[in-house]
Design a protein around this ligand. Structure first.
Ligand code: ADP
Ligand code: MG
Length: 436
């Protein structure tokens, strides 16, 4: 395994035959007593719509005699940034104009190697051996998320000519078999499909975990993830997850990142700490133009992605900004205000009429953008305090991979992981697939 990662070539034995790198029990044998044990260690792996890289987190989960989660302990975190080359292989796959099927297949297997490498790094940092980890839970890299229904030929096509059925779907790549082969640890993957099969949007999936980690008996909270896309989980004050709901608020860092990349010709990937935005002025006409988007008027449940706020959207923004003669700094400032405005408007329109909010807890890379946090504070005024996950002991990049470790745990316990109120699914379902 070591050699494989260093040289990028398959290991060969003296007689030239490929050597099995990991020999061990099947996933089923390793996980046979999972539901009856009270102590579990899982690794969650996430690479989001920002295409910044991979985050891997180890957690220890204790269960009580009823199999309910009693304690979640964050153990450690490792991240590996995507190289420029990998990013330029992956990004075109997320665009109908530029996606190529052979690149998609190779990227699927290549990402398996990258995920294994991220977990390997984490194991080194955390001092974990493969025997210590019950399962690796990988979200995968979304290349296309399509919650909108499309009419396509049904399976009874011949019997009933022209019969169509409504289909929606999603695709996360990163081959789980490669991850299992490299690490010798069972791998859970494809967490979104089961919810979509039950008519849900397949997103957002973190709410059940947000409720567990950030829910409070006395304080109403919104957990706001700001990755490539922004998602809000509304958690009313109270003892359980009743009343929890969630939705994508719109773009998170995606538009700011794209503007920075274009302006610096790929030298910089994001506006560190929001410093560029802090130097610019928000353009009211451009902000109004961007806010005039039907997604923001749509009531939850709803989800969105790079399909909507990718390069085409930024092209339109740039055209409008050029007509207004706006500087680079003003464009970044306005894109930052756009994210803050969409987030706070979503709270006012869809959350605050239903529940009292005391705190907003921001996670994801956007939690490091001081200008963005200040713009949210300005807009919220005294209505709610803006905190970050750091205030709860979790670094900003930990919440999402941790969520998938917990969803993997729920799956291994045979318990549902989706909240139908968040995804719009018809029922609660167990999420994920397992390598054998
Ligand atoms: N120091 C920083 N200052 C401001 N923004 C940052 C900083 N570090 C990361 N980010 C932002 O966070 C993004 C990555 O956030 P992440 O939570 O990993 O999102 P995703 O889940 O979409 O990958 C980066 O693309 C960048 O926009
Ligand atoms: Mg990321």
């Amino acid at each position: 395994m070591e050699d494989r990662h260093r040289t990028g070539k398959p290991t060969e034995s003296n007689d030239g035959c490929k050597v099995a790198r990991t020999v061990g029990k099947s996933s089923l044998a390793r996980l046979a007593d999972y539901t009856t044990r009270s102590d579990h260690v899982l690794v969650g792996v996430m690479s989001g719509t920002s295409f910044d890289g991979i985050d891997a987190v180890a957690v220890r989960i204790s269960t009580d005699t009823h199999g309910n989660i009693a304690k979640v302990e964050y153990l450690n975190h490792a991240s590996i940034p995507y190289s420029k080359e990998v990013r330029s292989l992956l990004l075109p796959l997320c665009d109908v104009e530029t996606s190529k099927i052979d690149n998609l297949v190779y990227a699927h297997f290549l990402l398996g190697e990258w995920y294994a490498s991220a977990v390997h790094k984490l194991m080194g940092i955390a001092g974990l051996r493969k025997e210590d980890i019950d399962a690796v839970c990988i979200h995968g890299q979304t290349v296309w998320h399509a919650p909108a229904w499309r009419q396509l030929p049904g399976p009874d096509f011949e019997a009933t000519p022209n019969a169509t059925i409504a289909v929606h779907g999603t695709l996360q790549i990163g081959c789980a078999a490669v991850v299992k082969e490299r690490l010798g640890i069972p791998v859970l993957y494809d967490f979104r499909s089961a919810d979509m099969a039950a008519q849900g949007e397949g997103a957002p999936l973190a709410p059940i975990v947000d409720s567990l980690l950030f829910g409070d008996r006395a304080r109403g909270r919104i957990v706001q993830n700001i990755g490539g896309i922004g998602n809000a989980t509304a958690i009313p004050a109270g003892p359980d997850e009743a009343g929890v709901f969630a939705f994508d608020t719109g773009p998170g860092n995606m538009i700011m990142d794209e503007l920075v990349r274009r302006f610096t010709r790929g030298e910089q990937q994001y506006d560190a700490d929001g410093a560029i935005a802090a130097r610019g002025h928000v353009s009211a006409p451009l902000l109004a133009y961007l806010m005039d988007d039907p997604y923001f008027r749509l009531a939850p449940p709803k989800s969105t992605g790079r399909e909507v706020y990718g390069t085409t959207f930024v092209d339109k923004l740039e055209q409008f900004a050029a007509e207004q003669g706006l500087s680079y700094e003003d464009r970044i400032a306005t894109a930052t205000a756009f994210t803050a405005e969409t987030i706070v408007c979503a709270y006012r329109d869809f959350i605050m009429p239903k529940m009292k909010i005391d705190d907003v807890v921001v996670g994801g890379g956007g939690a490091l953008n001081t200008t963005l946090l200040n713009m949210m504070r300005q807009r919220l005024g005294s209505d709610a305090a803006v905190l970050t996950t750091m205030d709860f002991g979790f670094p900003p990049f930990v919440r999402e991979p941790m969520a998938f470790a917990l969803l993997g745990h729920l799956a291994l316990m045979g318990r549902p992981g989706n909240l139908p109120k968040a995804t719009g699914a018809q029922r609660e379902v167990v999420l994920g697939s397992l390598t054998l």
